[in-house]
Design a protein around this ligand. Structure first.
Ligand code: SAM
Length: 227
């Protein structure tokens, strides 16, 4: 997944870590309300949350970006470069944190949620966040340039007809030359009702969170349970 690998490379430059720490606090608090021994972090990224989960639970992470998984493994975490359908174990809880569901088109949501269902123990919970419409239209859309000593990053994101297209261009100095890498990442708006309708698990709760916006919530954490 080359596009997501470029995202992995530029993530430290875009200043999301503080907001994500806030998001993780919401997840860790919500998880305390359930009987969880084992947990799977789908789309674990660089393993920042997986590390916290590993302190309390038997925690495994998976991600489709090899680069992200390499960063998580360097921290000594159980992170694997694979898709959910390749995971054989079942878990008391599964989480998909920070936009993972928004990377999926509407048609792939249902098969994904069915895979989550089949890897949950009875009574197990699935927690995942989705960007609100405000989060896409007012927070994620826009441009950002980051100019550092040996690299330059330009991000341009447009939100149209419920799709966020993010174009990334990254230059890195190598001796007297610059290398150029580019990628486009697509994200898809899903309403709470749309996700709930495609899930074989029951939506038992939700929590609005504001990570980047003062006015309105930019994400909603959904809590599903397998009966
Ligand atoms: C914005 S990052 C968030 C990473 C991490 N959860 C965090 O909180 O930092 C989204 C991650 O989801 C991963 N991803 C996207 N679709 C996925 C899928 N279908 N299965 C597993 N990982 C996925 C991407 O590679 C990326 O690492």
């Amino acid at each position: 997944m080359e596009n997501l690998d470029l995202y992995a490379k530029i993530e430290p430059m875009i200043g999301f870590y503080e907001a994500y720490e806030n998001l993780y606090r919401h997840y860790l608090k919500l998880l305390q309300g359930y009987d969880v021994q084992s947990i799977l972090d789908v789309g674990c990224g660089n393993g920042k949350l997986l590390q916290k989960l590993s302190e309390k639970y038997r925690a495994t992470g998976i991600d489709i970006s090899a680069k992200m998984v390499a960063i998580a493994c360097e921290k000594g975490l159980d992170a694997r470069h694979c898709r959910l359908e390749e995971v054989r174990e079942t878990f008391d809880a599964i989480v998909a944190v920070a936009d993972v569901l928004n990377y999926m088109e509407a048609e792939t949501l249902q098969p994904f949620l069915e895979q989550v269902f089949s890897r949950l123990n009875p009574g197990g919970i699935f927690l995942a966040d989705i960007n609100t419409w405000h989060g896409f239209a007012e927070v994620a859309a826009g441009s950002m340039n980051v100019d550092e000593e040996e690299c330059f990053l330009a991000i341009d994101a447009e939100f149209e007809e419920d799709v966020l297209q993010t174009d990334i261009v990254y230059f890195e100095q190598k001796g007297s030359c610059y290398t150029r890498e580019s990628a486009t990442i697509m994200q898809y708006y899903h309403s709470v009702d749309e996700v709930a309708a495609r899930s074989p698990m029951k939506l038992i709760g939700m929590q609005d969170v504001s990570l980047f916006s003062m006015e309105e919530s930019d994400k909603t954490i959904l809590i599903f349970q397998k009966a």
